[in-house]
Design a protein around this ligand. Sequence first.
Ligand SMILES: Cc1cc2nc3c(=O)[nH]c(=O)nc-3n(C[C@H](O)[C@H](O)[C@H](O)COP(=O)(O)OP(=O)(O)OC[C@H]3O[C@@H](n4cnc5c(N)ncnc54)[C@H](O)[C@@H]3O)c2cc1C
Length: 408
Amino acid sequence: MEPLDLVFPGLVYTPPDQRLRKIIDPLKQTVRSQGLWATHLGPELGGQGYGQLKLCLLNEILGRSSWAPVIFGCQAPDTGNAEIIAHYGTPEQQSRYLRPLLDGEVFSCYSMSEPEGGSDPTQFKTRAVRDGDSWVLNGWKFFSSNARTASFFIVMAVTNPDVSPYQGMSMFLVPADTPGVEIVRNVGLGYEPFGEGDHALIHYSDVRLPADAVLGAENQAFVIAQTRLGGGRIHHAMRTIGQSKKALDMMCERALSRHTQGSKLSDKQFVQGYIADSYAQLTQFRLFVLYTAWEIDKYNDYRRVRKDIAAIKVLMPGVLHDIASRALQVHGALGASNEMPFTRMLSGASVLGLADGPTEVHKMTVARQVLRDYQPSDDLWPTEHLPKKLALARAKFAAYLEHEVGNL
Ligand SMILES: Cc1cc2nc3c(=O)[nH]c(=O)nc-3n(C[C@H](O)[C@H](O)[C@H](O)COP(=O)(O)OP(=O)(O)OC[C@H]3O[C@@H](n4cnc5c(N)ncnc54)[C@H](O)[C@@H]3O)c2cc1C
C-alpha cells in the first residue's frame, strides 16, 4: 500500500474514478479473497467477525500507510459510522447507508464538533426541530472530517432543549446533497497548504429531513456517540502502533548505517538509550492496546471497557511523539527535512491528542473510573497509616499477645 501513498497521496478518501479503480479494485479483491476485508464486522455485514483483537494485529500493520485502511475496508471515520448504523439503524437505513459503506463504494462523515466547543458536547447548539413529518436542522459544525467526499453525514443535534443535553440530543443521517447543507470551507492540518484540507466547517441551514432520518431512538445521541467514539479511539490506537513502529524501524536502520565521530550511531549510548526507550514504550503501549481489544471482544460492551479505552487514548499521542522525535533526531538535518516523514508524524501525534476528544478530558475519565473502585478512609488517618495498622493488628491478636507473649 505504501507505493499508493507516494503516487496518489491526496486521493485516499476520494471516491475513485475509473483510472484509480484499475489499481485499487484488484487490491481490494485480493484482500477480500484472503478473508481480510472489514474484519471488524460480523459475517452478516460482509466482514469476518474476527473481532477487535485480530483487527489490532492487522491495523498495526495497516497503520504504516494512509491508503491501507481504505483497501482493507477499515478506515476512520467509516468504521465507527458503520458500527453505529449496524447497531442502531433500521433495515431501511442499513440498506441505504450501510451497505454501500461496507462495499467500499462511498465515504461517510461524522459531524459532531461545533465551532464553539468540541470537547464539551453540552455546549452544542445545532438544533433539529420537528415540523409535521419532517425535522428541520440548523447550526454549525466544525472539523467534520471527509465531508467534502462523503455521501452522507451523521449529525448530532439538540432535539429537546428543556432537558439535560445528555437526554436531549439525537443523531441524524443526512445525505450530502440535501438542500441547506453547505460546506463553508475545508480546513487543513498545519503542514497542509492554506485553503486545502479534509476537515469541513459546515453550515446546516433549514435542512429538511424526513422523520425516519433519526438514527436510533430520539434523544439517544449520547449513548450512540459513546459506542461510536469508543470503537474509533481504539482503532486509532491500533494504527498508532504501526506508525510508531515505522519510526522505530527507521531510527534503528539509521543508527546502524550512519558513522560519525569514530563509531556508528548505534554504538553511542545516547542513541542506544533512544532505541531502548522507544522499544519499551512501544511494547508497553502495544500490549495495553491488545489487552483492551481483547476486553472489547470478551465483554462486547464499550462502556465496560471505557477506562482502558480512555487510558490508551491518553498514551497514544505521547508514544508517537516520543518515538518520532527521537527518530528525527537520529537522522539529523535529513530527519527535519520534507524528504522524511518525521515532522508529519509529530504533527500527527499532536492531532491524536485532540481528535475524538482532548487528552485532558480522557484523563478525567480514567481517573473517575479508577476512583470507582475505592472508598474514602473511615477516619482521619489513611488505611495504611502504620500506627493505625499496628493498633488493628494488635487488636486482632490481642488474646495471643496477652497470653503467649506475656508468658515468654
Ligand atoms: C484531525 C482531527 C479530526 C477531527 N475529526 C472530527 C470529525 O470527523 N467530527 C467531529 O465532530 N469532530 C472532529 N474533530 C474535532 C475534535 O473532536 C475536537 O477538536 C475535540 O473534541 C476538541 O474540541 P475543540 O477543538 O473545540 O477544543 P476545545 O473544546 O476548545 O478544547 C481546547 C483545549 O482545552 C483543554 N480542555 C478542554 N476541556 C478540558 C477539561 N475538561 N479540563 C482541562 N482542559 C480541558 C484541552 O487542552 C483542549 O485541547 C477532529 C479534530 C481533529 C484535530
